[in-house]
Design a protein around this ligand. Structure first.
Ligand code: ATP
Length: 373
């Protein structure tokens, strides 16, 4: 089931009387969530991810805009009638009911033509319990399960009514690191097996990048960019997106375009192709894997220290044009490529596809072409 968000906006009254007005939690969002895909809504705290999910589920009503499921406008339809399965960070299982009753619960409220017999309910519960691999635990109470198992029960309960859309709000937040990894793979498997259109809210980029078909990066209620995780990482449209994706984070410098070249501070790192470009100040951002230690390199840094990461090493260095709280450039290079002696300058050449240039005002990406040597 494709989900279409058209001009979707949600404003909350600002409870801070002295400020008055509204908080715009979701700001004129246009988004297509393709049928059968797992789509991650990703962004920092307060960017509007959960509100967007609540609008899709029907728990919140939009101030403006439309929500379309397939060819059905569901904007004014109740959550029950939308046929969505919801899973939250807190599993919200009934503690006094065993797993079987917890999963069956939504089926017991079905009315009229949807009403199921006891046998039909038992069959359906077993189907979803098998799908999430919790069928051996049907008699247990939630307190007798691990966090990961409880989350699987919550997913089974969300799916049991033959949901057409699965909505997950930070479903892994309560799990420890190992279980998070395991459960996110589990979510991916269940989604693939059922082919259910799924929207997954998280602030954790690794989580989103690793399991989602598509990610939508949000900021201040707006979708900044949507695409396949690798494409968004390789081709960020704004400085915000470039900075939000990637660990270690991208390195940002004060830069300048002028005299046919791209400069970082005083270092002319690339000769630019094409017409002479207008002089302008820019931001230059370089992914950690974009640095190559090279005696003839154009970026001249002050050496810091080396962190060994196994196959790769991270070189921490400095540059006067760097914009960073830590004051350190973090580059990741092949361990064989490192030769760094204390006190001397450290020079890098740069992989051009790992270097991005952004407008100083709008912080939007500026394409540039390097002149071949
Ligand atoms: P987090 O990751 O911290 O959960 P989020 O990206 O999911 O954040 P939302 O919970 O959607 O963000 O909130 C978006 C904005 O709307 C925030 O500024 C929040 O304070 C505000 N907000 C959310 N719900 C309400 C509400 N019921 N009343 C007033 N403001 C709200």
């Amino acid at each position: 089931m494709e989900i279409l968000l058209k001009n979707l906006t949600k404003k909350f009254p600002n409870r801070n009387k002295s400020q008055g007005g509204y908080i715009v939690a979701v700001d004129h969002v246009d988004l297509t969530i393709p049928d059968g895909k797992l789509v991650g809504l990703l962004g920092p705290s307060g960017c509007g991810k959960s509100t967007a999910l609540n609008l899709i589920s029907g728990l919140e009503k939009p101030t403006e805009g439309q929500i379309i499921f397939g060819d059905r406008d569901v904007t004014d339809i109740t959550p029950q009638e939308r046929g969505v399965g919801l899973v939250f960070q807190s599993y919200a299982l009934y503690p006094h009911l065993n797993v079987e009753r917890n999963i069956r619960f939504p089926l017991e409220n079905l009315k009229g033509k949807d009403k199921l017999t006891k046998e039909e309910m038992a069959k359906r519960v077993m189907e979803v319990a098998k799908l999430v691999e919790i069928d051996d635990y049907l008699e247990r109470r939630p307190s007798e399960l691990s966090g990961g198992q409880q989350q699987r029960v919550a997913i089974a309960r969300a799916l049991v009514k033959n949901a057409c859309v699965l909505l997950l709000d930070e479903p892994l937040s309560n799990l420890d690191a190992r279980l998070r990894l395991q459960t996110r793979e589990e979510i991916r498997r269940i989604q693939k097996q059922t082919n259910i259109t799924t929207v997954f809210v998280t602030h954790d980029q690794d989580e989103a990048m690793s399991i989602c078909d598509l990610i939508a990066v949000m900021n201040n209620g707006a979708v900044m960019q949507m695409g396949r995780p690798q494409d968004v990482y390789d081709d960020p449209s704004s400085l915000f997106v470039a900075k939000f994706l990637g660990t270690p984070p991208i390195n940002v410098f004060n830069g300048h375009i002028g005299d046919g070249g791209l400069y970082i501070g005083k270092d002319r790192v690339f000769d630019l192709a094409g017409q002479q470009r207008a002089e302008r100040d820019v931001f230059v951002a370089i992914r950690p894997e974009g640095f190559i230690p090279d005696d003839n390199g154009k970026l001249i840094c002050t050496p810091g220290r080396i962190e060994v990461l196994g196959r790769d090493v991270s070189i921490l260095s400095g540059h006067e044009a760097l914009i960073s709280d830590t004051g350190l450039i973090r580059s990741i290079v092949d361990s064989d490529a490192v030769k760094m002696s204390e006190g001397r300058q450290l020079t890098f050449s740069l992989k051009k596809h790992k270097v991005f240039v952004f407008d100083r005002e709008s912080e939007l990406r500026i394409p540039f072409e390097v002149r071949d040597e």
